[in-house]
Write a protein that binds this ligand. Structure first.
Ligand SMILES: Nc1ncnc2c1ncn2[C@@H]1O[C@H](COP(=O)(O)OP(=O)(O)OP(=O)(O)O)[C@@H](O)[C@H]1O
Ligand SMILES: [Mg+2]
Length: 353
């Protein structure tokens, strides 16, 4: 049985198009699920409905088999970390963390021990008397997390909790949140617009597009088998080659390459190939789909280099390893062949979502 279930959940603000549009989703107990999508696609709105902070205009929220759609927040037993932490500035760390326990009328002595436990969990023991303004961004973020965890919630809701942190701290917090989530085995819904964060932290990812779930699956599912052009473009980097469908192949600006698809011959298509699944060669090699082109630019990024190649089907970026200095073999302007295994090219109808 699923732990949290959304059934056709909708929210409409006034006469605007729905912010969340008949969204359905099932989250099993103990799962760490990411809601991933571009700004404005309805992630926060969805989370706020789950927490009971705003009322849906349609559909139901079911937790442990019980309909909680109209329950007030304090009766849902969910921990919530807001997009902007929202700590109380005039209260110290201990009081911020204890707030939810006071609301639930937990005794003073139990409060003290649970606050200490939650602060230990987020590695902030000793910071009880500090005010939020005396903490770094990462520390504030951890206070917010402790405040959500201290009520021993059944479900943890995190909204872009890492977006204000610098790259290094962010990576540290990703690991920390993941560890805490595993240790407590707590069903967690984590909102982010950062695909690296979603793929690296979560068991499953639900990609949202305009208030709906475009696809839900494991990180590998989404990256390797995107169900739509939108998902392919949002999760991971992608090259797009414009062409027309042919029999068990695609015509890319005059070159026919093998590609699996079920589109009618003549249909306008786009072939998506990940940059690291492509290689640059001087001459076509057997077993590969390939396109002739000219090297446009060489971009060194440290661990990898991007070789940009202009082809008749569009500009592509090929990722090369920098260790063997592979990328230096090519010069700007040089004629080359861009190649990939036919199974690494995914065909989508052009212009489709
Ligand atoms: N209180 C509100 N009143 C009117 N419109 C709202 C309200 N809250 C959100 N919206 C609209 O609903 C849509 C979804 O907003 P939401 O905050 O859920 O997006 P999001 O996916 O969390 O985006 P972001 O990544 O920028 O945080 C947006 O078009 C937004 O303008
Ligand atoms: Mg948001």
């Amino acid at each position: 049985m699923s732990h949290v279930r959304l059934e056709g959940l909708s929210k409409r603000f006034g006469t605007n198009p729905p912010a969340v549009d008949a969204m359905s989703l099932e989250v099993p107990k103990g799962e760490f699920l990411a809601l991933l999508g571009p700004s404005g696609c309805g992630k926060t709105t969805c989370l706020r409905m789950l927490a009971g902070l705003i009322e849906p205009t349609g559909g139901r929220i079911v937790v442990n088999g019980a309909d909680v759609t109209t329950l007030p927040p304090y009766r849902r037993n969910m921990g919530f970390v807001f997009q902007n932490y929202a700590l109380f500035p005039h209260m110290d760390v201990a009081a911020n963390v204890a707030f939810g326990l006071e609301m639930r009328r937990v005794s003073r002595s139990e409060r003290a021990s649970r606050v200490a436990e939650a602060l230990r969990l987020v590695r902030l023991a000793g910071y009880e008397q500090r005010r939020p303004r005396e903490l770094s961004g990462g520390q504030q973020q951890r206070v917010a997390l402790a405040r959500a965890l201290v009520v021993q919630p059944d479900v943890l809701l995190l909204d872009e909790s890492l977006s204000n942190l610098d790259a290094k701290l962010r990576e540290e917090m990703r690991r920390e949140i993941r560890d805490i989530q595993r240790k407590l085995d707590i069903t967690t819904i984590f909102v982010t617009h950062d695909q690296v964060e979603a793929l690296s932290m979560c068991d499953r990812v639900a990609v949202m597009e305009r208030g709906r779930v475009a696809q839900v699956g494991s990180p590998e599912d989404l990256y390797e088998r995107p169900a739509s052009r939108f998902v392919a473009g949002f999760v991971g980097r992608a090259n797009w080659l414009a062409g027309t469908a042919a029999d068990a192949a695609v015509d890319l600006g005059g070159t026919r390459v093998a590609a699996a698809h079920d589109l009618a011959a003549g249909a306008a298509v786009e072939v998506m190939v990940r940059p690291h699944r492509m290689r640059v060669a001087r001459a076509p090699e057997p077993g590969f789909a390939g396109l002739a082109g000219r090297v446009g630019a060489l971009v060194y990024v440290g661990d990898v280099a991007q070789v940009e190649v202009e082809t008749a089907a569009g500009r592509v970026s090929v990722e090369c390893a920098t260790d063997g200095r592979d990328w230096r073999r090519f010069a700007e302007g040089e004629p080359v062949v861009v190649q990939w295994r036919p199974e690494d090219g995914r065909v989508f109808a052009a212009g489709a979502a």
